[in-house]
Design a binder for this molecule. Structure first.
Ligand code: GMT
Length: 372
């Protein structure tokens, strides 16, 4: 099949899932056309069956706000026409689903029929999407997509709760792609950040308030008071400066390492002993799954779709949002050598439920039913 994938090219989970999905489909022989405004961060090097179409924006003085949605829809029309695509798959409702609907209508007027799938990822429904100013467009696009998927049961329920949705939604969970580990390199790198006997805690996010990175630091402070340890923070965003200041206040500057944005997070995760995800809301928690996939147990909140991924007492522990005492207690318990080895194995085992081999055929099957 020839598949157009529309995505955000950034470090966010929706862009990562869309890019990895496209790469996996290309490896299976499908022709993949990524459509977005900049090269997707996880796209990596040149590969067979992958094409990238950049939406370039017109910077005209009349436009206080560039009309991205219009240019994206035009690009979709162009790519469908010239590359003879069979289907479009848009990740994140705003504004990708409405641009796809517009493109579909334009193509219909030209005598071309093309279905589009919308995958909802989370904040397009639970945070941004809930803003009443978006509601009519999101409701319309969900109801007029040829198929809609969500990345968890929790997000499906949220979608029905917040929008007047009158159609079926299929849950296709996120997946994780196995990456071969170079154990010697991991040991070498680990020594750069922590001495023997020190534990490494890790958190990866876009440092937005929803991630509660503040809680990450406060949990770490409690663990560090009991166990020699380091905290590695990956990512960047609006709360980073505040977190750097909090580190100074908590007198943790020597124990906390801010790495900034990292393209290939699995190599950082491989060094870690525990992953922290105390989010306010999370439709799935891809970063937690990526940690589990390299045998790192997760201390998380029990919000949204996280309990569908992290199993309490098996792959890690879950606590109420904001309960940093409980999260710190669980982390200390989990880090006891006799527990840690068991949780590491179990985290890896749990992640295998979300293997590419299990999830990819669900998307392929969905495409086949629509293209038929
Ligand atoms: O977490 C973010 O703020 C980024 C956001 C995105 O759209 O890129 O992530 C959402 O989609 C991910 C991939 O499906 C999910 O794993 C995240 O849980 C979800 N984030 C939230 O729901 C806050």
């Amino acid at each position: 099949m020839k598949i157009g994938i529309v995505l955000y090219p950034t470090y966010g989970g929706s862009g990562v899932v869309a890019t990895e999905l496209g790469k996996a489909l290309a490896a299976k022989g499908h022709q993949i056309h990524f459509i977005t405004y900049s090269q997707p961060v996880r796209l990596g090097s040149f590969r067979e069956n992958i094409f990238y179409h950049e939406v370039s924006l017109t910077d005209y003085p009349l436009f206080d706000f560039q009309p991205y949605e219009t240019q994206l829809a035009s690009k979709m029309v162009d790519v469908v026409n010239h590359e003879k695509l069979d289907i479009l798959h848009v990740h994140y409702a705003i504004p990708h689903a409405s641009a796809a609907f517009m493109a579909q209508q334009i193509l219909k007027a030209q005598g071309i029929t093309i279905p589009f799938v919308t995958t909802l990822h989370g904040t397009d429904i639970t945070l941004v999407g809930k803003d009443p100013s978006f509601e009519p467009v999101i409701t319309f696009c969900i109801n007029h997509s040829d198929a809609v998927t969500t990345v968890s049961e929790s997000l499906k329920e949220d979608t029905y709760a917040h929008f007047q949705v009158t159609r079926d939604i299929q849950v296709i969970p996120n997946f994780v792609v196995e990456d071969a580990e170079d154990e010697h390199y991991t040991v070498y790198m680990r020594q750069k950040y922590a001495s023997d006997g020190e534990r490494i805690l890790c958190h990866i996010s876009n440092f937005r308030p929803v991630k509660r990175v503040d809680d990450v630091l406060r949990i770490f402070a409690k663990v560090n008071a009991v166990l020699p340890s380091k905290l590695i923070l990956v990512g960047d965003g609006p709360d980073r400066y505040h977190c750097e200041r909090l580190c100074r206040e908590l007198n943790l500057c020597d124990e906390v390492i801010f790495l900034g944005k990292v393209r290939d997070t699995s190599h950082v995760l491989e060094m870690a002993d525990v992953f922290l995800l105390p989010s306010e809301t999370e439709s799935f928690g891809l970063a937690a799954l990526e940690a589990m996939a390299v045998g790192v147990p997760v201390i998380s909140s029990n919000t949204g779709g996280i309990p569908e991924v992290n199993i309490h007492g098996f792959s890690g522990y879950l606590s109420n949002v904001g309960d940093i005492d409980d999260m710190a207690k669980n982390a200390i318990e989990l880090l006891k050598p006799e527990n840690h080895a068991v949780f590491k194995k179990q985290a890896k085992l749990r992640s295998e439920e979300f293997s590419l081999a299990r999830i990819l055929p669900l998307y392929e099957e969905l495409y086949r039913t629509l293209v038929k």
